[in-house]
Ligand binder design. Structure first.
Ligand SMILES: Nc1ncnc2c1ncn2[C@@H]1O[C@H](COP(=O)(O)OP(=O)(O)OP(=O)(O)O)[C@@H](O)[C@H]1O
Ligand SMILES: [Mg+2]
Length: 237
């Protein structure tokens, strides 16, 4: 579904990505782990067309999309849920959801409204809060909303940047259950997480990113079996 090859992304003199190569296979959950400042967000931004790489390429569904803008990628089904939970604060929950359907040009309002109903079934809390201004939702509710809004665009590849950040354990569990369900329903997921245990529990393949480079690629089991890595990222001996 996604093939990233030799990505180099810089901020002025800072080389945040130093030649990153990875793939996300169709139908699977791929996770990217790594410490603060490793370049995880930079990587997702570069794939999503928000940042331009200095070198390297991004292929999506067999086509080179390196030069495409973010909105064109969304139209093709590549959607990023960024780390900071940007809802439209002065719009209601329902309006936020409808805004998520903007990429489906020509689909019509009825289809959008039907999908809003589907999101209410999947996220009952959003139905209860439908008329509330999104800026007044709790952190967990806002995370549900940004995921639901992303789903309104019917993505094929859903990229998520640290969905668990700052949320209570119970809410985190809910979010991860939702990610698993979405994946079972056919959405390919590329998940960035600092919470390695959680991510490995639902991932089929794991990458470790350190200082802008991929330093591990393998199954979640292999990740746990590597002594040095598991000591650093899983806190085990
Ligand atoms: N806008 C920017 N201007 C300059 N440097 C930046 C910018 N954004 C990120 N960086 C630098 O690029 C490197 C990678 O940052 P990035 O945000 O991608 O890391 P991350 O792995 O997502 O970290 P975290 O886990 O803290 O979210 C860091 O050294 C950071 O300081
Ligand atoms: Mg980040």
């Amino acid at each position: 579904m996604l093939e990233v090859e030799g990505l180099v992304t810089t901020y002025g003199m800072i080389e945040a990505l130093r030649g990153v190569t990875l793939t996300a296979r169709e139908g699977l959950v791929t996770c990217i782990l790594g410490p603060n400042g490793a370049g995880k967000t930079t990587l997702l931004y570069t794939i999503a067309g928000i940042l331009r790489p200095r070198q390297g390429s991004v292929r999506f569904q067999g086509q080179d999309v390196t030069a495409l803008t973010a909105d064109r990628l969304v139209r093709r089904g590549l959607t990023l849920v960024p780390e900071n939970r940007l809802v439209f604060p002065a719009m209601s929950v329902r309006e936020n959801l409808l805004a998520g359907a903007y990429s489906r040009v020509g689909d019509g309002r009825a289809a959008g409204l039907a999908d809003v109903e589907r999101m209410y079934e999947r996220f009952p809390i959003l139905k209860a809060r439908a008329g509330q201004l999104a800026g007044t939702l709790s952190g967990g509710e806002q995370q549900m909303l940004v995921v639901a809004r992303a789903l309104m665009g019917r993505p094929r590849l859903l990229m998520m940047d640290e969905p668990s950040l700052g949320l209570a354990p119970l809410v985190v569990e809910q979010i991860f259950e939702i990610i698993e369900t979405l994946n079972r329903e056919g959405i390919t997921v590329l998940l960035v997480e600092q919470n390695a245990r959680l991510a490995l529990a639902i991932a089929h393949h794991a990458y470790l990113l350190e200082q802008g480079r991929v330093t591990f690629s393998g199954s979640p089991d292999a990740f746990g079996a590597d002594e040095v890595i598991s000591r650093a990222y899983l806190g085990t001996r």
